[in-house]
Design a protein around this ligand. Structure first.
Ligand code: ISJ
Length: 393
């Protein structure tokens, strides 16, 4: 059995007040993660890990004496690209933000311009191109994304953005990951409010919660309920969802025993969208299969890539006009016991200096229509645009 520091071993009980902890996050100083199981704030960098190799990371963490024995960071969409993982100097944990009202001033509206990459009409052509590839039978599903480049009139402060994301959806997986700056003096932060758990391992339980299949919410409660029910009954969305669950199950089965898989999806909601959701669970039996190992066994799932994976990955590389970087990768932590939580890097943006880049994608299957998929990405972009107080343009 490995020894771990009290900070890491502490149950996710009340160690600190989550709202106070959220308010103390500062860009360039550490990272923030919160979700239904609790909140975690890191400060400082004790070691920057040279690679995301899960065996090497677990060995490193188990060899540490004193200080936090966990690594936090981000895995890129492309599993062959470098991960960003650090062992922090300090870790503080707190209860979940839950429904706690994150009071105080909301987001600070940013003034500036947003430029779509590519233009919306080009995104529709990208979807049409994916549909043409599907006709040959080489591709069953692919997730295609687009980006918005915001150029602000001055430096963008991610602190009020994080608070605003928390205020709007305290139950989401909220994150602000300190990334290595690529310009001197400007902290670089990946921040967002994701609805999707890639994988967690806590004590004796492994959990994955793939989402796929989406519908915009409505401010009218009857219409909102109708849209949720329509999504749950939609053959197109259930098919899109089933492809993801099948892949997650196929990749988890060899590495865990006794996987529990529900018969069908249920609905989950964010402030702007309904999603189809399936939670799969298994007992955690292998002490050396850490949360990072298991997350990497799944990533990239067809919720963000497609089926078959090689053809979908190739389509994304050829059709999307940018490198996704950490968007549709995963953010989170893994510790010396093997516990950890990795969340899909979705509904997020990267802030550095006066620039913010936001992304959103949609799963394309043969029954998809380009205009609907464009509309879905527009709704997904709202999460970050609302935190910035901006419109798409
Ligand atoms: C790709 C994104 O979301 C993913 C795609 C979904 C879909 O196509 O229905 C739903 C949830 C996510 O797995 C995104 O938010 O950018």
């Amino acid at each position: 059995m490995t020894s771990t520091s009290p900070a890491v071993r502490a149950p996710l009980g009340a160690v600190a007040d989550p709202v106070r902890l959220l308010r103390s996050w500062r860009p360039g100083e550490g990272s923030w993660f919160s979700g239904p199981q609790g909140a975690l704030l890191t400060r400082g960098t004790r070691t920057r890990l040279p690679s995301g190799d899960a065996d090497a990371v677990l060995r490193h963490l188990r060899g540490l004496r004193g200080g936090p024995t966990l690594a936090v960071g981000a895995l890129p969409f492309d599993p062959t690209a470098p991960a960003h993982l650090v062992v922090p100097e300090h870790v503080e944990r707190a209860d979940p933000l839950g429904a706690v009202l994150v009071a105080g001033p909301g987001g600070a509206p940013v003034s500036g311009t947003a430029h779509a990459v590519p233009a919306p009409a080009v995104y529709e052509k990208m979807v049409a191109e994916a549909l043409a590839r599907m006709e040959t039978g080489a591709l069953d599903k692919v997730v295609l994304a687009r980006a918005l480049e915001v150029v602000a009139d001055g430096p963008v402060d991610p602190v009020p953005m994080l608070r605003e994301l928390a205020r709007r959806d305290p139950r989401s997986y909220l994150f602000a990951v300190d990334l290595p700056a690529d310009r001197p003096g400007a902290a670089r932060t990946l921040l967002g409010a994701s609805p999707e758990l890639l994988l967690s391992r806590r004590g004796t339980t492994v959990t994955a919660n793939p989402l796929a299949g989406s519908a915009a919410r409505s401010s009218d409660p009857d219409e909102d309920r109708r849209r949720g029910e329509e999504l749950l009954a939609s053959a197109k969305d259930r098919h899109e969802h089933a492809l993801v669950v099948a892949d997650v199950v196929e990749r988890l089965r060899p590495v865990v025993d006794d996987l529990e898989v529900p018969d069908g999806p249920c609905l989950v909601r964010t402030p702007t969208l309904w999603h189809l959701s399936t939670t799969v669970r298994a007992p955690a039996t292998d002490p050396d299969a850490s949360a990072l190992h298991l997350a990497q066994a799944l990533h990239p799932t067809p919720a963000v890539c497609g089926v078959p994976r090689p053809a979908a990955h190739a389509a994304i590389t050829e059709i999307e006009p940018f490198d996704r970087g950490f968007y549709t990768g995963a953010v989170g932590w893994t510790d010396a016991r093997g516990d950890g939580e990795w969340v899909m890097a979705l509904r997020c943006g990267e802030v550095q200096g006066d620039r913010v880049r936001l992304w959103a994608g949609a799963g394309i299957v043969p029954a998809s229509r380009p205009a609907d998929e464009l509309a879905e990405t527009a709704v997904k972009l709202r999460t970050l645009l609302d935190a910035l107080g901006l419109d798409e343009g």
